[in-house]
Design a protein around this ligand. Structure first.
Ligand SMILES: Nc1ncnc2c1ncn2[C@@H]1O[C@H](COP(=O)(O)OP(=O)(O)OP(=O)(O)O)[C@@H](O)[C@H]1O
Length: 455
């Protein structure tokens, strides 16, 4: 039964939903929970430190005054971070709900930003939560306005995992807040070509003047700048000018700055001085949610079994996942066949490059990284280094295979599914707060994929 604190918080949410934009509400407010109210002090719990800091910096006043309006007296507000040991609270799916597109929003010129790449179309999962939150934070308060100083914001991740989508969502959202903002989205290739043309036409100054007027500069595929000395030189100056003027720079790449050996040292250190956030491949639930959302926008009625079938067969690239959905729908409408797994299976023919990742490979790779044996991971030792490695192994098995929780438990020597769930949640939460762990997980993921492909 709902208690008075729950009722109060529901009222607060209702009011805040009307006052704030949907992405802001969904990302920062709805994920918080009122957990205690004593002596006029209300305690609010957020899912991680990042969310707490952001609420503290930006929304504490509006939350406080909304509560005070309802209660009719003043309150103090304390924002805490959820207890990481509390795994049962985190067993629900990770993605956020599906907010509608604000009707008042008119998109900028379609050639510059893809109208589909907005926050409202982006499914948030454990694989991209940090990158999404940081992108929204930057869109709300870019450059010098940002209290946490995410400048530049450097997004990185594998092919087709949503980097461009997030970058352009920042652009759309910024323009929605400030329609006169100068938002430039450019691929590194275009930046380089513009520079070459400018050099040829002896109009380098015009090139500089153009790029340096940006309020928000979004540069995609920045990894292609590696080895291009004159582009690096020019970009260095553009970056410095914008940064010094308090303008926001967002960069997207398939790898972090530290793994770009042909990047000038001074650029590498600048790329790393704001926030570096990674995007991982989505897990099965998130892939299903992405298909579901896509189907809703396209007004398609897809049976759950079909969604699950596609999501199970396309695991590592969301562009391919979407392509499979489009192919399926096109074929079914031309052929007049009904949408069943039996009918779509021959059409889809999942790509051969998607090597099956086996539980044994994951266990072997994790054991090697943590310098323990596969038997240690499957055994019952509670030694810290072994139990940590085991938790990481369970998490990666959840990410890289479609094994159920009980099956993963079996692979680790017959552990209970609640232990697996707890481990996955714990590692997932720590990953969001600890860039070093995030890096280790990404490297392990790369190794797992590599070993699986070569088998
Ligand atoms: N979390 C998500 N929710 C919904 N759609 C997504 C999500 N992530 C990616 N997509 C969709 O997947 C497709 C590929 O995404 P995008 O082009 O942003 O990937 P990318 O990481 O920039 O790829 P590349 O490395 O090839 O440049 C796009 O259609 C995008 O809308």
């Amino acid at each position: 039964m709902e208690n008075s604190l729950d009722r109060l918080w529901t009222q607060v949410l209702d009011r805040l939903e009307k006052k704030l934009s949907q992405p802001t509400f969904e990302t920062w407010i709805k994920t918080a929970k009122a957990i205690d109210l004593q002596d006029n002090c209300l305690i609010l719990e957020t899912p991680n430190f990042f969310a707490r800091n952001w609420l503290q910096a930006n929304y504490i006043n509006i939350i406080k005054t909304t509560i005070e309006d309802i209660l009719g007296h003043s309150v103090t507000l304390k924002i805490t971070v959820a207890n990481q040991e509390n795994s049962s609270e985190n067993s629900s799916p990770f993605w956020s709900s599906n907010p509608a597109i604000p009707k008042t929003y008119t998109y900028p010129k379609p050639t510059e930003l893809n109208p589909k790449y907005v926050f409202e179309h982006f499914v948030v999962g454990s694989n991209n939560r940090m990158a999404h939150a940081a992108s929204l934070a930057v869109a709300e308060s870019p450059g010098r306005e940002n209290p946490l100083s995410f400048n530049p914001l450097f997004l990185y991740g594998g092919v087709g995992l949503g980097k461009t989508h997030l970058m352009q969502a920042i652009g759309h959202y910024r323009l929605k807040i400030r329609s006169d903002a100068k938002v430039f989205y450019v691929s590194t290739e275009k930046f380089t070509n513009d520079l070459i043309t400018a050099i040829r036409q002896d109009s380098r100054q015009g090139f500089r003047d153009h790029y340096r007027t940006a309020d928000v500069l979004l540069v995609d595929d920045i990894q292609f700048i590696e080895g291009q000395e004159s582009t690096q030189e020019e970009f260095f100056h553009t970056f410095n000018t914008l940064h010094e003027a308090g303008k926001q720079v967002v960069l997207a790449s398939d790898r972090p700055p530290s793994q770009m050996p042909q990047l000038q040292e001074r650029l590498c250190s600048r790329f790393s001085m704001g926030l570096v956030a990674d995007i991982q491949p989505p897990d099965l639930e998130t892939r299903m949610a992405i298909l579901q959302k896509k189907a809703e926008y396209e007004n398609l009625d897809l049976p759950q079994a079909v969604i699950e079938y596609i999501a199970t067969n396309y695991t590592s690239n969301i562009r391919e996942l979407e392509g499979a959905l489009i192919r399926t729908v096109a074929y079914m409408s031309i052929s007049g066949l009904s949408m069943t797994v039996e009918n779509i299976a021959p059409v889809l023919n999942p790509p051969a490059a998607h090597a099956e990742v086996s539980a044994d490979v994951i266990i072997a790779v994790v054991a090697e990284e943590f310098q323990v044996t596969p038997e240690d991971l499957k055994g019952s030792s509670r030694r810290r280094e072994i139990s940590q490695a085991r938790q990481v192994g369970m998490y990666l098995m959840r990410q890289y295979t479609d094994l159920s929780l009980p099956k993963i438990g079996e692979e680790f020597g017959g552990k209970d599914h609640t232990t697996v769930m707890y481990s996955c949640d714990k590692v997932g939460q720590r990953r969001e707060q600890d860039p070093d762990l995030s890096k280790v997980l990404r490297q392990l993921g790369d190794r797992i994929t590599l070993v699986s492909r070569s088998q």
